[in-house]
Design a protein around this ligand. Structure first.
Ligand code: MG
Length: 400
């Protein structure tokens, strides 16, 4: 049964990243509702030590196992339970007093954490996109098993402005009466540009997102619209919606975070200040609402709202992600891995901006043609990790 009691004990996986620090800010504002009982980082031990001290957290994990023998690191954490490596991160989930796991890990490590969280019967507040994009076929059955009394997942709370918005628009509605999901996109820093304009784009140009303040990988994904493609796949899994009923619309002001259209032609939209602390707080507070973590939107100052169709010719990553989602099975896993490699290469100035979509398409084509065993039904995390490794190697080869 879904527990509605507060305070809730939360574990934050990826506590020093953009979502992690904003989650802790929500916890800081609501100490009567949220207690932090575990923190995990990849390697930012200094910040982890500061966070542990501020919130009085005794259970800590550092994903980077190479830091295990470091005496200077150990000295930072006098008296705390400190583990190293991927298993130590997952172990934080399993303590009896943990109610909610905020999964803001980056990459494939997040998939196992999501799986273990739901398997353990805890609420998963999910910011890690790979969990659903790559492993939706494994994760969603676990969420639905826990949610036998609910129309859609209460055990799986999305931490993303779009999915949080759709979640709220669906509250109190009959899923059978939903006609369409409208996922909004800011259009990123290159909205209105054509392919020819995007030759020679540098990482600094692509990192300058107009409306949202985010980490580097997701900022690049926002500029290519791959982020929107990943979000369409997530929406498909979260809300059990076929791809032909999920539309993307560019909404440059990012004031509308997404919309749900009903069979009678009514449309519900979620609006608000563009600050991730609002969807993060909702994921932790539901079914309650707490005091706003940021200044609410003043519509008198907002001016106009614009809407455009996305340009799939220029921003091919969105088309590729939709195709991967529609084919389904292991193709989204391969698409996601190729994108991560191509984005990392671009950020390291080893690959070009337009090369990101080219690399993703080449690796997807190779998988459809039988590479990595060909497109197959998703059966296990190990199978996905193996395929992820194959796709990364294939992407590296493509970039050379
Ligand atoms: Mg988003």
């Amino acid at each position: 049964m879904f527990q509605h009691t507060f305070p809730r004990n939360i574990v934050v996986l990826g506590s020093t990243g953009s979502i992690g620090t904003q989650t802790l800010d929500v916890a800081r504002r609501h100490p009567d509702k949220v207690r932090v009982v575990g923190l995990a980082v990849n390697g930012s031990v200094q910040t982890l030590a500061e966070q542990a001290r501020e919130f009085g957290v005794q259970r800590l994990a550092v994903g980077n196992a190479a830091l295990a023998g470091d005496a200077a690191v150990a000295g930072l954490f006098d008296g705390a339970e400190l583990g190293f490596g991927a298993q130590a991160v997952v172990d934080l989930i399993h303590h009896d007093d943990v109610d909610v796991v905020v999964n803001a890990l980056v990459g494939a490590a997040g998939l196992r954490a999501s799986y273990e969280t739901l398997k353990a019967g805890k609420v998963l507040a999910l910011a890690n996109k790979e969990s659903l994009v790559v492993g939706g076929d494994l994760i969603m059955p676990l969420a639905h098993e826990l949610d036998d009394d609910a129309g859609f997942a209460h055990y799986l709370m999305p931490i993303d402005s779009e999915h949080g918005a759709i979640y709220q628009c669906l509250l109190g509605e009959d899923p059978k009466e939903v006609a369409k999901l409208w996922v909004t996109a800011s259009g990123g820093p290159f909205r209105g540009k054509k392919r020819a304009d995007l030759q020679g784009i540098t990482p600094a140009q692509a990192l300058a997102h107009p409306t949202w303040n985010m980490g580097a990988k997701i900022s690049i994904d926002s500029s290519t619209l791959m982020n929107k493609g990943l979000e369409v796949i997530e929406a498909h899994h979260l809300f059990r919606m076929p791809y032909d009923r999920i539309e993307v619309v560019v909404q440059p002001q990012s004031a509308i975070h997404s919309m749900v259209e009903y069979t009678d032609g009514s449309v519900k939209a979620h609006l608000g200040t563009t600050d991730m602390r609002i969807p993060i707080q909702f994921a932790l507070s539901y079914p309650e609402r707490w005091d706003a973590p940021v200044e609410p939107m003043d519509f008198r100052k907002l001016g106009s709202l614009d809407f455009q169709a996305p340009d799939l010719e220029t921003f091919r990553c969105l088309a590729l992600a939709k195709e991967a989602g529609s084919v389904g099975r292991t193709l989204p896993c391969v698409m996601n891995a190729a994108n991560e490699v191509a984005v990392a290469a671009f950020l390291a100035e080893r690959g070009s901006y337009l090369g990101i979509a080219e690399c993703v398409e080449a690796v997807m084509d190779a998988h459809v043609a039988g590479g990595g065993g060909g497109v197959a039904v998703v059966e296990s995390i190990d199978q996905l990790l193996e395929l992820d490794a194959w796709a990364r190697a294939e992407a590296e080869r493509n970039l050379r």
